[in-house]
Write a protein that binds this ligand. Structure first.
Ligand code: NIG
Ligand code: FE
Length: 405
């Protein structure tokens, strides 16, 4: 007997192996046992006495059921706010000039170093709750606003603690190579410190699921980033990279050649580099919130990514400077309206492909054996999740088989 059975659902499995848009199954049932998906298919395919099949039966009455959403790129843990920089940019200052003048990431580093773990947690959980209210069941959270061992670890501890307080799976990313901290004036010396001290310490504490960096004129050079990613690989950790956000540094290609799980932003990616990502199986994670908020005009080469067969993910990039956004549904809408992803690509970007970006093969699709991370929506078609702005049709969130309160 199954634990739970959802019946009469419009199920967007998000499987792409049968050529059906959204992997859609109408008048479908999904069975859950021991926190996993035990069965999915048309209701007519299950035996007549449905009442005998599961301890709990939920009639979804034709509503949409999808995999739980996955936000695969966030900086959820930070202190302070940077609305002053927002105002300065509206008056013509650039994101880069603010960073060069010691603002930007460094401003958040100052606030984050000064904040207690409790205050960081409280701020992060408020933002997390916004994501959960829209159906997120897995979230990636980066460090990168500490830039010293203690504060990077404080951030990662706080990120991991979110799992204890909420029904959510957290994947942590070490982002020590985010910016040059104020106490260093030599970027190479800082990168050595990241590779020899900070990253090994965070890894030894068991706090790191993957390693990221910021490859940019206001971040680190490809050669510096390569050192960090190679060190991560030495430690057996998967890598990802903020690349080609503000200029083309060749970071995405470098990271893909090192087997990166994902490369993220990509507005300035050369279309011909898409083939390198495809070859490596590296996911292209698009962050339309940052594109929008920085009033960027250069579009990522979506058609080239598509043509090359690169899997595309979509995430909020929730952070105080370039994308203070806590709505995964809005990120999906923006990916469609600003980057011309199809509605199906946008939803795949926050489910199947986001799971791949995190190296997770047990979520992001409704298939037997996957975790029962599910959402039920007050919607009839999956495109409704992408088409609206500021509406939240979430009815029920299921996390590992548990119906979340
Ligand atoms: O993903 N690009 C670098 N890092 C973040 C923004 C950091 C910040 O401005 O605080 C991003 O956009
Ligand atoms: Fe980011």
């Amino acid at each position: 007997m199954w634990d739970t059975l959802f019946i009469n659902a419009e199920v967007a499995t998000m499987r792409d192996d049968e050529g059906v848009p959204y992997g859609l199954i109408s008048d479908a049932a999904v069975a859950v046992e021991n926190g996993e998906i035990a069965w999915v298919g048309p209701v007519v395919d299950i035996a007549e006495n449905i009442a005998d099949l599961a301890r709990e039966i939920h009639d979804v009455e034709g509503d949409l059921l999808t995999p739980g959403l996955i936000d695969c790129h966030t900086h959820l843990v930070y202190a302070g706010e940077r609305s002053g920089e927002f105002e300065a940019r509206l008056l013509g200052e650039s994101y880069e000039s603010i960073a060069r003048d010691g603002g930007g990431i460094r401003a958040t580093v100052e606030a984050t170093r000064a904040a207690s773990a409790e205050d960081l947690f409280d701020a992060a959980v408020t933002r997390l709750d916004d994501l959960l209210s829209e159906g997120v069941t897995t979230v990636e959270v980066k460090s990168g606003y500490g830039l010293d061992s203690d504060t990077e670890m404080k951030m990662l501890h706080v990120a991991r603690a979110l799992e204890d307080e909420r029904y959510v799976r957290v994947r942590t990313t070490f982002l020590g190579a985010h910016a040059l901290p104020p106490e260093f004036d030599d970027a190479d010396a800082y990168i050595d410190h990241v590779c020899n001290d900070m990253l090994p310490a965070a890894h030894a504490a068991g706090l790191v699921d993957s390693v990221d960096g910021f490859c940019e004129t206001i971040g680190f050079s490809p050669a510096q980033i390569e050192k960090v990613l190679l060190k991560a690989k030495d430690l057996g950790l998967p890598v990802r990279l903020h690349a080609e956000q503000l200029s083309d540094q060749g970071g995405a290609k470098l990271a893909a050649q090192l087997g990166a799980l994902s490369v993220d932003h990509l507005e300035y990616l050369k279309p011909e580099d898409a083939a390198v990502l495809a070859e490596a199986g590296t996911v292209a994670t698009l962050l339309p919130g940052a594109f929008y908020y920085l009033r960027e005009t250069k579009l990522p080469p979506v058609q080239a990514l598509r043509d090359a067969g690169v899997d595309i993910a979509v995430a909020t990039d929730c952070n105080p400077g370039s994308s203070p956004m806590t709505s995964i549904l809005l990120a999906m809408n923006m990916a469609a309206t600003l980057f011309q992803l199809t509605a199906e690509e946008a939803l795949a970007g926050a489910t199947r492909n986001a799971a791949k970006a995190l190296g997770l093969d047990d979520t992001g699709e409704i298939r037997i054996g996957n975790r029962a991370d599910l959402c039920i929506w007050d919607a009839r078609r999956p495109s409704e999740l992408v088409a609206s702005i500021g509406q939240n049709p979430l009815l029920v969130r299921v996390f590992g088989g548990d119906i979340c309160p």
